[in-house]
Design a protein around this ligand. Structure first.
Ligand SMILES: CC(C)=CCC/C(C)=C/CC/C(C)=C/CC/C(C)=C/CC/C(C)=C/CC/C(C)=C/CC/C(C)=C/CC/C(C)=C/COP(=O)(O)OP(=O)(O)O
Length: 305
């Protein structure tokens, strides 16, 4: 395995698009509403936020391995593991993996430090809250992501919606505003949907390992209803953005991106084998990214013309 392949597997690198999109949205908002854009600060924000995201993926794997959760998922017949598989497969040692994990945190912290010097110390709030949310999702004593109370969904909504959109807006402008908060709602909900749907892939193994996700607590049928509600709420918030003047009316084009997940939901029964949820997960990721791309593009068009 090449070093790059190892890196992409260890960090679950290809999930980075769900962080890239909110960063772009906040930056485009700053440009369109305030005519403020600093390319170097944008690059630093991108590197810092994506490193923070990769750190959260890795620290999750590390603790799931230490807690034995990922080994259970690997050994459960019919279940689909969504961790990197490098620790459970013995491909990387725990100590090497931990060093890589803390390096990601270090990069994020350095970027956060530099940005706080240029854009204002308020950035440090994002650094503090981001690090706490990422670490205690799975690490003891909190392990708040596995309590089956919806805390993980709230954390994802904040970490992949409000924080990166508002944070990247703040980096460019040096102040806060309600506009980026409203702008963050669709991608916040749709990325929460992605995380929620990925729990369907291994919920039986999660249950055995005592990992209480909402799918485990509610059961498949009820969780599928909530999944649809999340999708609806995500797209309804695009309409809210338009009604509140945060996006131009032609941003409603983003609603078209709901077509793919809706088609997948139609093919699902109240109870399904794990593999049936792979297309749903793919469609949720695409919905979040495509909806965000259309929102950013239409906002930029409005600002340019
Ligand atoms: C996370 C971290 C390193 C934070 C440190 C500092 C930090 C935030 C640095 C960024 C500094 C910058 C760039 C500041 C500029 C202003 C900006 C843009 C601010 C936004 C900051 C930001 C990106 C905040 C979000 C931080 C993040 C990503 C928090 C993680 C959220 C979270 C709970 C993630 C869980 C991820 C996973 C893997 C879920 C799935 O796990 P699980 O359910 O177990 O399933 P599986 O079986 O698949 O493992």
């Amino acid at each position: 395995m090449s070093k790059w392949t190892l890196f992409t597997k260890a960090t679950r690198f290809w999930s980075f698009s769900v962080m890239l999109i909110p960063i772009v949205l906040g930056t485009v908002g700053a440009y369109v509403w305030e005519r403020s854009f600093h390319p170097v600060l944008f690059i630093l924000t991108l590197i810092g936020a994506i490193s923070a995201h990769l750190f959260s993926n890795m620290v999750n794997d590390l603790w799931d391995y230490r807690n034995g959760t990922d080994t259970k998922a690997k050994n459960s017949a019919g279940e689909i593991s969504t961790n990197s598989g490098l620790l459970t497969g013995g491909i990387l040692s725990e100590s090497f993996y931990a060093k890589m994990t803390w390096s990601m945190l270090a990069i994020a912290l350095i970027c956060g430090g530099i940005l706080s010097i240029y854009s204002g110390w308020n950035i440090l709030w994002f650094v503090l809250v981001g690090a706490l949310i990422a670490y205690f999702y799975v690490a003891p004593p909190l392990r708040y992501g596995y309590r089956g109370k919806g805390y993980s969904e709230i954390a994802i909504f904040i970490a992949f919606g409000i924080m990166p959109v508002l944070g990247s807006f703040f980096v460019q402008t040096g102040h806060f505003s309600m506009k980026p908060v409203i702008l963050s709602l669709p991608v916040g909900f749709l990325t929460t949907l992605l995380l929620f749907n990925h729990h369907f892939l291994h919920w039986k193994a999660d249950e055995q390992a005592g990992k209480l996700t909402l799918v485990v607590v509610w059961g498949e049928q009820k969780a599928l209803v909530f999944s649809r509600v999340l999708l609806f709420t995500g797209y309804a918030s695009v309409v809210i953005c338009v009604l509140m003047g945060v996006l131009p009316v032609y941003a409603l084009l983003a609603l078209v991106t709901a077509f793919w997940p809706i088609r997948i939901y139609r093919g699902l029964k109240p109870h399904n084998a794990s593999p049936a949820y792979i297309p749903l997960m793919g469609a949720s990721q695409k919905a979040s990214v495509r909806c965000g791309v259309v929102m950013a593009a239409t906002l930029l068009i409005q600002g340019l013309f």
